[in-house]
Design a protein around this ligand. Structure first.
Ligand code: ATR
Length: 287
C-alpha cells in the first residue's frame, strides 16, 4: 500500500466471518491493481452516515450484505436496472455525488449457467425455494430466455409472491408456483434445476428439500446454491438419476469477481486466480 492505494470494503454486521477481504485482496494482487479491501462493521442506524463518510473519504467500492442489501437503497445516487428489479443491491461504486448500486448475484449465477453450458433459451426450468437466492435465480433464468419456471417452495405464500413479482416483470406467465410436494405436476423431463433452499447445508447433510428419487428423473442439469458440503444430497440425487450437478462455490466466487470487475473496468480475473480463490475458500471453511 502507498499513497495511491484505492480502498474498497465490505459492510456487514457481524463482519468478522466475511471471506470477501481475503478473496478481493487476492484478486487485486493477481491482477496487479493497487487496491486494498477491508471489513467495515456498521450498525444499522448508521447506514446513511456510513455512505456519506465513505463518499467523503473517496472509498471506491463497497459490498453490502444482509441486512443492508435493501436498506441501503434509499441512500444511493443511482441504482442499476437489475438491482432495482430485484430490490437488493450488494455492490456499490462511487460515482459523481454518491454511490451507484448493483446486484452481482444475478450476473454471478448467469456466469455459472453459461460456463457449464446449461441451455436455458426457450426451455423450462425448476427453482426450489422462494427466498432471496430464488429471486436472483428466476431473474437470471428469465433474462436467459427461459420459457417457464416452476417454483417449488415449502411456504406457498412466498412462492406466490415470487410468481406475481416475476410474471409482472416478464409481462407474461413465466412462473408457476407449486408446493414442494406437488413436483409431480411438472410435466416431462430434461429440466435445468436451481436448488436455493438451505436444506442439506452442513451440518444437516444427507437431506434434500425433495427426497423422492422420482423427482430427480426430471432433471437434466442442476446447480445447488449450497457449497458446504461440496457435494450435497440434492447433487447426489441428480447424479444418481443420470443428470449433471454443480455446487454453489463458483456462484459465490463469481458474485465477488463481478464486483471486483465493476470497480476495475477492463480488468479480468483469470481462471487460474479463480482456482486459487476456490482453494482459499475451502481453507477458510476448513474443508
Ligand atoms: P436466501 O436469501 O438464501 O434465499 P431465505 O430468503 O431465508 O434465504 O430463503 C430460504 C429458502 O429456503 C426459502 O425458500 C425457505 O422456504 P420457506 O419459504 O418455506 O421458508 C427454504 N427452506 C429453508 N428451510 C427449509 C426446510 N427445512 N424445508 C424446505 N424449505 C426450506
Amino acid at each position: 500500500m502507498d499513497g495511491r492505494t484505492t480502498v474498497c470494503g465490505v459492510i456487514a454486521n457481524p463482519v468478522a466471518h466475511s471471506m470477501s477481504p481475503v478473496l478481493q485482496n487476492l484478486y487485486a494482487q493477481r491482477t496487479g491493481v493497487n487496491l486494498a479491501y477491508v471489513p467495515f462493521k456498521v450498525e444499522p442506524d448508521m447506514l446513511q452516515d456510513m455512505i456519506r463518510g465513505a463518499y467523503a473519504m473517496n472509498i471506491l467500492g463497497l459490498n453490502v450484505t444482509v441486512p443492508f442489501k435493501s436498506q441501503v437503497m434509499p441512500f444511493l445516487k443511482e441504482i442499476d436496472e437489475t438491482a432495482e428489479d430485484i430490490g437488493a443491491v450488494n455492490t456499490l461504486i462511487r460515482i459523481d455525488g454518491g454511490y451507484k448500486g448493483y446486484n452481482s448475484d444475478v450476473p454471478g449465477i448467469t456466469r455459472v449457467i453459461q460456463e457449464e453450458g446449461y441451455e436455458v433459451d426457450g426451455r423450462d426450468c425448476i427453482v426450489i425455494g422462494a427466498g432471496g437466492a430464488a429471486h436472483a435465480a428466476c431473474y437470471a433464468l428469465m433474462k436467459l430466455g427461459a420459457r417457464h419456471i416452476y417454483v417449488l417452495n415449502r411456504t406457498q405464500a412466498r412462492s406466490d409472491e415470487l410468481e406475481h413479482w416475476m410474471n409482472s416483470l416478464a409481462g407474461r406467465k413465466i412462473i408457476m408456483s407449486l408446493p414442494l410436494d406437488a413436483w409431480d405436476w411438472i410435466p416431462g423431463d430434461g429440466y435445468l434445476a436451481v436448488q436455493t433452499t438451505s436444506v442439506g447445508m452442513t451440518p444437516n447433510v444427507g437431506r434434500a428439500a425433495i427426497e423422492d428419487p422420482e423427482f430427480y428423473k426430471k432433471i437434466r442439469c442442476a446447480i445447488d446454491c449450497i457449497y458446504t458440503p461440496t457435494e450435497t444430497k440434492f447433487m447426489q440425487n441428480v447424479k444418481a438419476a443420470g443428470g449433471k450437478a454443480v455446487n454453489g462455490l463458483r456462484m459465490l466466487l463469481y458474485q465477488g469477481i463481478v464486483s471486483y470487475e465493476i470497480w476495475n473496468p477492463g480488468v479480468k480475473v483469470s481462471e487460474e486466480t479463480v482456482l486459487e480463490a476456490e482453494q482459499a475458500i475451502m481453507e477458510m471453511l476448513g474443508q
